[in-house]
Structure formats: structure tokens, C-alpha cells
Write a protein that binds this ligand. Structure first.
Ligand SMILES: [Zn+2]
Length: 276
């Protein structure tokens, strides 16, 4: 895996621009913002890192994995790059009361929602050549087309359940969008080190913990997966800033291959889990 840093800076920082030019690092200037990207395995990385610290520049880190790393990963995280619409009713986030049991919701950190009913939507998505989506505000549920549901039903993957999605105005179930319902939850086992975790947030109201990753992968104890007999599962740990609170969706190598072989993953983003 390789770590890619994406830096932004305010246009007019001539010293930084000179430094980048001198080190042959291409940068773009647009709408008053400069952008450049550097890999940590770049031969000038140390000097670049020193200078970006000097200029107080923050980077967004992305981990780039090789095809071999994807194919060798026993478990991967998955999310949809396609975000669509909002759960209904969206006013005052009322959906949290209808779709979830919110008796244990912590107003401090957003932890404690338990799904009790279908998600409601205003309409169905135009899937075109896509098969999966995630709703805005809901970071740990996947929604699928009827075609994806059909394919998944034919598979031998375990832990695959579906939940109807309903039309908000009359509660009638749609026939071309479903929730891929993930019932299983993994035991706690994420490695909480500063190589992968940017911050750990302790909620003052409920005492719960949430994490924010730094972009350099997700690390787990290998042993927590030993007794897992499903191909899709949610993390015990919760993540997110402010009131955002979500679990990571983890899938097996079999699930990943199934999506790849059936060409269902156009807008899905997988990331190999580092097992130690
Ligand atoms: Zn809390």
C-alpha cells in the first residue's frame, strides 16, 4: 500500500510554489487555491514533509492498495461513493424516530439508534448501471437495486438479508430499491493506535467512544474474525464527528469477488482491512 497526501494552500505563497517547482512537484492553482499531491514513498518525501510542516499545511491522506492487496485481503470495508437523497421524514431528522428505536439515542454523540422499521424515501433512484447506494446522513447502510438483490439471492454468500424500503407518502414498499440489511455485529477488535486513528472522541454525556481514522487504513485483530460465519458484518466500534455516528461495514473476500465477478461494484469503494 502507498500513502498519498493531498495538500491545499492559498495562492500567493510564493516560497512554497518555488519549493514545489524546485522539487518538480506539479501543482494546480484554481479559484485561489493551490493543490498538490505527494506519495510518502517519493524520494523527496522527508524534505517535503518538513516543509509542509513549516508552512503549516494539512493533508488529506488516502491509502492506495495494489490489486494483489485487494485479492489477498480476508476482509475489506465497503462504502458507496454514490450518495443519494435523504431518509424521510428529513425535517428535524424525524426519520430517526420512525426507522429507528431512538430511546437510547445520545444527543451528545448520536450513538444508540437501533433500526426497528423500514427506511422511507420520497422516490426510487435511477439506477442506470449502478447497483448500490448510500443515503446522505446514513453512513452505515447499503441500499441496492432489484437486480443486485436478485444476484445476491442467487449467491452462496451468508448473512445476506433484505429489508423493504417504503414510499414516504403512503408507506407502500418499493419494488426497485431494497436495504441490504446487515444483522451481524463483530466483536470489538479494532487496533486503536496512532498509525491509523487520528482521534478518539469520548462523549461526556453517555461515556461512549467514537473514532476518526487518519486515512492510513483500518487495523483489526485477526482473531475477532475467527468465529464469523457471515460474509457481511458491522463493526462494534463507532465512528464520526459531532452527531455523526456510524459503524464500518466489513465484507469477506468472497463478497468482494462476487461483486467484482458480477460487475456490481461500479460505485463501491472497498478497502482491505489490515489484520494483525
Ligand atoms: Zn454520547
Amino acid at each position: 500500500m502507498r500513502f498519498k497526501h493531498r495538500y491545499t494552500f492559498n495562492v500567493g505563497n510564493k516560497k512554497l510554489e518555488e519549493f514545489l517547482t524546485l522539487n518538480e512537484i506539479p501543482f494546480e492553482l484554481k479559484y485561489g487555491i493551490g493543490v498538490f499531491e505527494v506519495f510518502e514513498d517519493d524520494e523527496h518525501w522527508e524534505e517535503i514533509n518538513k516543509n509542509t510542516n513549516h508552512y503549516d499545511l494539512l493533508s488529506l491522506v488516502e491509502t492506495i492498495y495494489s490489486p494483489k492487496e485487494f485479492n489477498n485481503a480476508e476482509w475489506l470495508s465497503v462504502r458507496s461513493k454514490w450518495r443519494w437523497e435523504y431518509p424521510q421524514p428529513e425535517g428535524k431528522m424525524e426519520y430517526r424516530h420512525i426507522t429507528y428505536n431512538d430511546e437510547k439515542l445520545c444527543i451528545g454523540c448520536g450513538r444508540g439508534l437501533v433500526q426497528k422499521d423500514s427506511f422511507r424515501l420520497k422516490k426510487t433512484p435511477k439506477w442506470a448501471s449502478k447497483y448500490f447506494l448510500m443515503l446522505n446522513w446514513v453512513e452505515d447502510e447499503l441500499f441496492i437495486s432489484s437486480k443486485a438483490k436478485e444476484e445476491l439471492q442467487k449467491s452462496s454468500l451468508k448473512g445476506i438479508h433484505f429489508y423493504d424500503v417504503k414510499r414516504a407518502k403512503d408507506n407502500v414498499s418499493f419494488d426497485d430499491v431494497y436495504q441490504l440489511h446487515i444483522k451481524e455485529k463483530l466483536s470489538p477488535g479494532m487496533i486503536e493506535d496512532n498509525e491509523t486513528i487520528a482521534s478518539t472522541i469520548q462523549c461526556h454525556k453517555c461515556g461512549g467512544t467514537k473514532f476518526i481514522h487518519n486515512g492510513k487504513g483500518i487495523k483489526y485483530k485477526k482473531s475477532v474474525f475467527n468465529k464469523v460465519d457471515v460474509d457481511i458484518i458491522k463493526s462494534a466500534e463507532t465512528f464520526g464527528d459531532g452527531h455523526m455516528c456510524a459503524r464500518i461495514i466489513l465484507v469477506s473476500q468472497e463478497f468482494f469477488q462476487f461483486i467484482k465477478n458480477n460487475k456490481l461494484g461500479r460505485n463501491l469503494e472497498f478497502e482491505p482491512i489490515l489484520l494483525v
